[in-house]
Design a protein around this ligand. Structure first.
Ligand code: NAI
Ligand code: MG
Length: 493
């Protein structure tokens, strides 16, 4: 595949009906990488109809799990064969450093392998007998694919976010229309090509690139969609929920966060600094679960800040393809301006900017930002409470466990949370009291395909990954049989 100016619909590469194109840029130099097909409602309609046909009339939902697994493994292998190229595309389209992109692509392939295994498991576990109190009946619960799924994904982990939705949907026997973010559309189109080569039947996966209002909105409103899966911002998630409400579509939402990280004063300083940085500087802090609010116990506060500033200032910033770079540019001008505005706001609100928050002097082009560390951040400030989605960490001191927990849980979000202490019973106790869907102890951010992922409160609805991810794309059907020789005897005695 050489160009990205076509959509993948019904197993074919087609130009958008209205012929539109949009630019995708490389945020390290602000140059256009290429022009990408801009889908509109007409194309989305064709894609949904193709997915509908593939579900209602095609072989895919009725194949054995092991037959679907073979295709999923073919996709995993196809991704691995192109791993270098895919990683480089992610670096250019998103800005992230190459080692992170390679990690993402490895995880993406692993996700397809994992769901291949769960697809095989469905052959054995699809039907479960139910014991009824009334022995005149025999009953079972049966898992069936939910139908045609629509997936709308963000730009921070472009190919991995596609995999988190495409792999379980295909494993379950669903068909899908995928709309990647307009900021990072390239690897989703590559995924379509890989799936095609792996022998995925036509119409099972359709990829429509395009803008949110032009392609995302019609997908979320389309009556031919049974289930919507979305990852992105809270306002867009809310809009998608409203669209889904019209015809009661099944939805799962993975939204924003302002995840807390509680560090007790018995923690090792270097371990704390390492995980604080991994929690907010990895992927330029453009991570939904980033631990962007850090609470440090009083006695450790000053020494920890000193070490954190020192290591942060040594971090190599630059083009993600460059050797040794650990922080790339932000994804686009809009996100860059948004993060700069948040930094200005934090200063107005009285938070203490210890380092960063400006363009590094050696980089005059691209959306580069020296990572910002704010200390003594007021608890009622905007920067303490709202998602910034950049390399900006907000830090406060606390005195005791109760205060840390109260402050950590005082948020409308509940995606991630982390706690660090050498006192494991205390760390375990705190972990159980944090109101969040993902809690890390003595680390922050590592993510595993096998484990449930999703948020409490406004951070979302439902769970992805693991068996929970598969269940997102399954309906449960009850089949009950009347076995008695005796007539029912209600109307006819
Ligand atoms: P967004 O939530 O608007 O975009 C995510 C996806 O939704 C994209 O594919 C977009 O095209 C699509 N979309 C946009 N408007 C839509 C609509 N009306 N109907 C259907 N689909 C629509 O996020 P955006 O604009 O890229 O970033 C804005 C902020 O969102 C960021 O600054 C960050 O704070 C947050 N964000 C959170 C993410 C997360 O994983 N939690 C990921 C990306 C952004
Ligand atoms: Mg781009």
């Amino acid at each position: 595949m050489k160009t990205y100016d076509q959509l993948y619909i019904d197993g074919q590469w087609v130009r958008p009906k209205r012929g539109g194109l949009f630019d995708t840029i490389d945020p390290s130099n602000e140059a256009v990488i290429t022009q990408v097909a801009a889908a509109t409602a007409e194309d989305v309609d064709l894609a949904v109809k193709a997915a509908r046909r593939a579900f209602d009339e095609g072989p895919w939902p009725n194949l054995k799990g092991r037959e679907r697994a073979a295709v999923l493994r073919g996709i995993a292998n196809g991704i691995r064969e192109r791993q270098e190229r895919l990683a480089e595309l992610e670096v250019r389209d998103n800005g992230k450093p190459l080692p992170e992109a390679l990690w993402d692509i490895g995880d993406t392939a692993g996700c397809f392998d994992f769901y291949a295994e769960l697809a095989e498991g469905l052959d054995e576990q699809r039907e479960q007998p139910i014991t009824l109190a009334d022995d005149r009946f025999t009953s079972l619960a049966r898992k069936e694919p939910v139908g045609v799924a629509g997936a709308i994904i963000p730009w921070n982990f472009p190919m991995l976010m596609a995999a988190w939705k495409v792999a379980p949907a295909l494993a379950a026997g669903c068909t899908m229309v995928l709309k990647p973010s307009e900021l990072t559309p390239l690897t989703a189109l590559e995924l379509a090509d890989i799936a095609h080569q792996a022998g995925l039947p036509e119409g099972v996966l359709n990829v429509v690139t395009g803008l949110g209002p032009d392609a995302g909105a019609p997908l979320s409103e389309h009556p031919g969609i049974d289930k919507l899966a979305f990852t992105g911002s809270v306002p867009t998630g809310s809009r998608i929920m409203q669209a889904a409400a019209k015809d009661i579509k099944n939805i799962s939402l993975e939204l924003g966060g302002k995840s807390p990280f509680i560090i007790f004063d018995d923690a090792d300083i270097d371990a704390a600094v390492e995980w604080i940085m991994f929690g907010i500087f990895w992927n330029q802090g453009e991570v939904c679960s980033a631990t962007s609010r850090v609470l440090v116990q009083r006695d450790l506060y000053e020494p920890l800040l000193k070490r954190l500033v020192q290591v942060t200032e040594e971090l190599k910033i630059g083009n993600g393809m460059e050797e040794g770079v650990l922080l790339g540019p932000l994804v686009n001008r809009g996100q860059y301006d948004k993060v700069l505005a948040a930094i200005a706001r934090g200063q107005e609100e009285g938070a203490k900017l210890l380092t960063g928050g400006t363009r590094p002097t050696h980089l005059d082009k691209g959306y580069f930002l020296a990572p910002a560390i704010f200390a003594d951040v007021p608890e009622d400030s905007w920067i303490w409470n709202e998602e910034i989605f950049g390399p900006v960490v907000c830090i406060r001191a606390f005195d005791d466990e109760a205060e840390a927990l109260r402050s950590a849980n005082d948020s409308r979000f509940g995606l991630g949370a982390a706690v660090m202490s050498k006192d494991l019973p205390r760390a375990e106790r705190v972990a159980r009291k944090l109101r969040a869907g993902i809690v890390w102890i003595n680390c922050s951010q590592p993510t595993f395909t096998e484990a449930p992922w999703g948020g409490y409160k406004q951070s979302g609805i439902g769970r992805e990954l693991g068996e929970w991810g598969l269940n997102n794309y399954l309906e449960t059907k009850q089949i009950t049989r009347y076995d008695s020789e005796q007539p029912w005897g209600w109307y006819i005695k």
